[in-house]
Design a protein around this ligand. Structure first.
Ligand SMILES: NC(=O)c1ccc[n+]([C@@H]2O[C@H](COP(=O)([O-])OP(=O)(O)OC[C@H]3O[C@@H](n4cnc5c(N)ncnc54)[C@H](O)[C@@H]3O)[C@@H](O)[C@H]2O)c1
Length: 309
């Protein structure tokens, strides 16, 4: 089949491109390279540097007529979304809307990388999709708003779609220079012999899901005709202190984290109930946190340059 992947030079979508290529699909990848890296893109995919807001992206969909579109391109910094809500909405709502109009025209299946972590507030753990969604960050709001557009486009134009609400995704190729992705940030700093700072006491929990499991969720959603929004997580809560300790064991035994003030607005706990994913697509996360962190640490070890003098 032919699949067009947006954000294909980024962390998660570049792994998806690899998996699609490996199973013999014809893959078209686009990315503005705002945060992505051209070097992540599988050479057997056809790559175009393109901003989703550019009319040429819609033209590409009309010309290629892909069977499916996997939409991962996004402004994904929560703090930038707070500082620049217009920019966030321009990329995550307007940019995304520019893709679903042509997708509906040519009949592409549309799979959207949404968020679970930024949608639910204080909720039962693990949180099901039925929990109230009142996101407080413009990033969470723009992701949820676009889910509503998908629902509307299905009702009005018959668009086939799945919105996958990811927990905290981690693994090789995650960018350690952003604000998110504590696994990548700690791994890089531990290897460079730099201090790791944990915001607050480190007892806040998150649901860490390995990138290969997220790719598997995407493949299943691409191949299916089931529509709706689905949590993609492990349901397991892990503290930031545990993440630090496991990575320190692997990369810099004996390293000690510093603790800074808690970040205002950070959730105390987060974990997603993905039983809807299991029932609908037969998906279950396979990688344990310990194995996933080991693989991630190994990748950072192999790709890190020599330590700073
Ligand atoms: N990493 C996580 O834990 C997580 C959690 C929930 C949701 N998500 C979502 O998954 C998707 C991928 O995230 P990621 O972690 O791989 O981040 P990433 O930054 O590595 O990937 C995003 C990609 O989109 C590209 N991009 C940004 N703006 C663009 C634009 N206007 N036009 C074209 N390309 C553009 C970037 O260059 C980058 O390659 C995003 O939509 C993100 O919101 C990620």
């Amino acid at each position: 089949m032919k699949v067009l992947v947006t954000g294909g030079a980024g962390f998660i979508a570049s792994h998806l491109v690899d998996a699609l290529v490996a199973r013999g699909d014809d893959v078209v990848a686009i990315d503005s390279l705002a945060t992505g890296d051209r070097g992540n893109v599988n050479p057997r995919a056809r790559f175009t540097q393109l901003d989703i807001r550019d009319g040429a992206a819609a033209e590409l969909i009309r010309a290629e007529r892909p069977d499916a579109i996997s939409h991962h391109a996004a402004q994904m910094s929560v703090s930038r979304s707070v500082r620049e809500p217009l920019f966030d909405a321009d990329v995550n709502i307007i940019g995304s809307l520019k893709l679903i109009q042509p997708a509906a025209e040519v009949g592409s299946r549309f799979v959207f990388a949404s968020t679970g972590g930024a949608l639910y507030g204080d909720a039962p753990m693990p949180t099901p999709e039925t929990a109230p969604t009142w996101p407080v960050s413009p990033y969470g709001i723009s992701k949820l708003a676009f889910e509503h557009y998908l629902f509307g486009f299905r009702a009005q134009l018959g668009l086939s779609y799945a919105a996958l609400r990811y927990a905290n995704v981690y693994g090789p190729r995650q960018n350690p220079h952003g604000e998110a992705g504590v696994v990548a940030i700690f791994a890089r700093r531990l290897l460079a012999g730099e201090e790791c700072v944990i915001n607050g006491g480190g007892t806040d929990t998150r649901d860490y899901v390995y990138v290969a499991d997220v790719v598997d969720a995407n493949l299943r959603a691409i191949d299916s005709a089931e529509c709706g929004h689905f949590n993609v997580g492990t349901g397991r809560q892990t503290t930031t202190n545990t993440i630090f300790e496991l990575l320190a064991q692997a990369l810099a035994p004996g390293a000690v984290a510093q603790h800074g003030p808690p970040r205002p607005g950070d959730l105390k706990a987060s974990a997603l109930d993905s039983s809807q994913m299991r029932r609908t697509f037969g998906w279950e996360p396979r990688m344990t946190l310990e194995e996933g962190l080991e693989e991630t640490a190994e990748w950072f070890r192999l790709t890190a340059g020599p330590p700073a003098p």
